[in-house]
Design a protein around this ligand. Structure first.
Ligand SMILES: Cc1cc2nc3c(=O)[nH]c(=O)nc-3n(C[C@H](O)[C@H](O)[C@H](O)COP(=O)(O)OP(=O)(O)OC[C@H]3O[C@@H](n4cnc5c(N)ncnc54)[C@H](O)[C@@H]3O)c2cc1C
Length: 451
């Protein structure tokens, strides 16, 4: 059986200032009956809970079950980067899914940054949200050339909205990006955030409006079939709950509860770090968030925070060749040892003017992503399981995908909307066909993660 979250996970920077709901249980015992059970309290679970209560005078009863602490999964351990893919994968998606589908995905991703900004402003969420621009700088000559050709073709086709994308190729790239040896650079609107604070605020709002949050409560099983009254039985070590509706927000651990997602949503371990700079060393301002591309699928990505520290993830060149370090791995209590030293000196190696910055690694942690075998998230009704819905499998790229996908699921629940009326790209829909496919693009060598 597919594994569950391990105890004693590494401590990410984001979880160094804990919220009072971190290990919260709204009621001492588990309720026996609830309208809706949300499993997982990461960004997906919290956003679902938020929308179920938002502006709802007659909300259903909702319980959120979380195996560990609130926001202790991927969301609490990520790079904080909210970066829509508005150009990079678009040519590939056009070939595979057609123009409409590819353009839909790019539009949907781009709209999320503004949606998160609007949410943060509306709800006055203190989460260090910054609206900025992302810069993709490519160091590898073959990748820079291939990306150049693909982008030029995309521009010429006129199908995608590239108004917000600035592109420099060749001699100007290093100067414009500040990245040593950059052969090309793209910039476009993006954001960054303290993800834990965003999620805990959403959970707090839901709890204030009546949601029951139960942390340290692992779901061990969902009944194979519905009970005679149509409800599902959700089993935990603390008792069982009968519910009309289950929302799976379980990311890389989904297959443990829903075995049909075995080999479809695969746990993939990633590594992240925080780098600090001595206060007495002035360093060049980093105007963007960055992805530094070393080759196909090989990259580092970083954000510079308002406190002057830098959150950096990636380090793939150091460990990607050894699949046992990352593929089907759910242990985030251990670091990826070959990658740990990668962050030392990274700023000095990468950025012009940072050579004498004194930047040093402050902290390193790991986290478990849910990568899908076709790199598309699963959103919507679980095939063959009436009243079970899923929001999972963001392939290391959930921050610019989750909020509006959660809103869409709640629109389906509250207003009875059909999937196609929600604005979620059709290729994100959880379908029988996707579950039946035996293709695995992660291992097929086509992996081109987006960050
Ligand atoms: C190291 C790292 C860096 C990343 N960097 C970025 C980035 O910069 N930008 C970006 O867009 N994305 C990034 N990602 C990916 C991003 O974090 C995820 O796509 C997103 O957070 C997924 O949110 P989620 O709510 O679906 O999953 P999670 O945050 O993982 O939440 C799922 C929750 O479900 C709980 N759960 C699972 N099974 C059970 C069960 N049986 N019972 C009860 N609870 C259960 C888990 O404990 C967990 O808390 C990164 C991920 C990692 C690991």
């Amino acid at each position: 059986m597919s594994p569950t979250p391990v105890p004693n996970s590494t401590t990410p920077f984001w979880r160094t200032e804990l919220h009072e709901l971190d290990s919260h249980r709204t009621t001492p015992d588990l309720p026996a009956n609830y309208d809706i059970v949300i499993i997982g309290a990461g960004f997906a679970g919290a956003a679902l809970a938020y929308y179920l209560y938002d502006d709802n005078p007659f909300p259903p009863s909702v319980v959120i079950l979380e195996a560990r602490e609130a926001c202790s999964g991927a969301t609490g351990r990520n790079g904080g980067h909210m970066k829509p893919d508005v150009y990079y994968q678009v040519p590939k998606y056009i070939k595979r899914y057609g123009v409409k589908a590819a353009v839909d995905v790019a539009r949907f991703e781009a709209s999320q940054v503004q949606a998160v900004k609007a949410l943060v402003e509306k709800e006055k969420i203190d989460c260090d949200f910054v609206l900025t621009r992302a810069c993709d700088a490519t160091l590898d000559a073959d990748l820079a050339r291939d990306t150049h050709h693909a982008f030029t073709e995309l521009q010429n086709s006129g199908v995608a909205n590239l108004k917000d994308v600035f592109y420099a190729y060749g001699k100007d790239a290093e100067q414009l990006s500040g990245v040593k040896g950059a052969l090309s650079c793209f910039t476009f609107t993006a954001g960054h955030v303290w993800p834990y604070k965003l999620v805990l605020h959403l959970l707090q709002m839901a709890v204030n409006k009546g949601a029951n949050l139960q942390t340290h409560t692992q779901v061990t099983r969902i009944s194979d079939t519905a009970l005679p009254d149509g409800r599902w039985l959700v089993e935990t070590e603390r008792g069982s709950i009968k519910t009309k509706k289950i929302l799976l927000a379980t990311n890389g651990y989904t297959a443990h509860l829903a075995p049909q997602f075995q080999d479809k949503i695969i746990p993939v371990r990633g590594i992240c770090s925080r780098i600090t700079v001595p206060k007495d060393r002035p360093v060049p301002f980093l105007p963007y968030t960055y992805s530094i591309r070393h080759g196909v699928g090989m990259y580092d990505y970083l954000i510079s925070r308002p406190d002057g520290s830098i959150i950096v993830g990636g380090a793939k060149p150091k460990f990607w060749h050894d699949r046992s370090q990352w593929y089907n791995v759910t242990d985030d209590s251990k670091l990826i040892e070959p990658a740990v030293s990668h962050f030392d000196g990274l700023m000095q190696r990468t950025f012009r003017g940072w050579e004498t910055s004194g930047a040093r690694t402050d902290r390193v942690w790991t986290g478990i992503m849910g990568w899908t075998s076709d790199f598309m998230p699963y959103v919507g009704e679980v095939p063959g399981k009436p009243n079970q819905m899923i929001l999972a499998g963001f392939s290391g790229h959930g921050m610019p995908l989750i909020l509006l996908s959660a809103k869409a699921i709640v629109q389906m629940i509250r207003q009875g909307s059909k999937f196609e009326e929600t604005g979620v790209p059709e290729i994100f829909r959880a379908t029988e066909e996707r579950l039946k496919s035996t293709k695995n693009e992660i291992l097929g060598g086509h992996s081109q993660p987006k960050l």
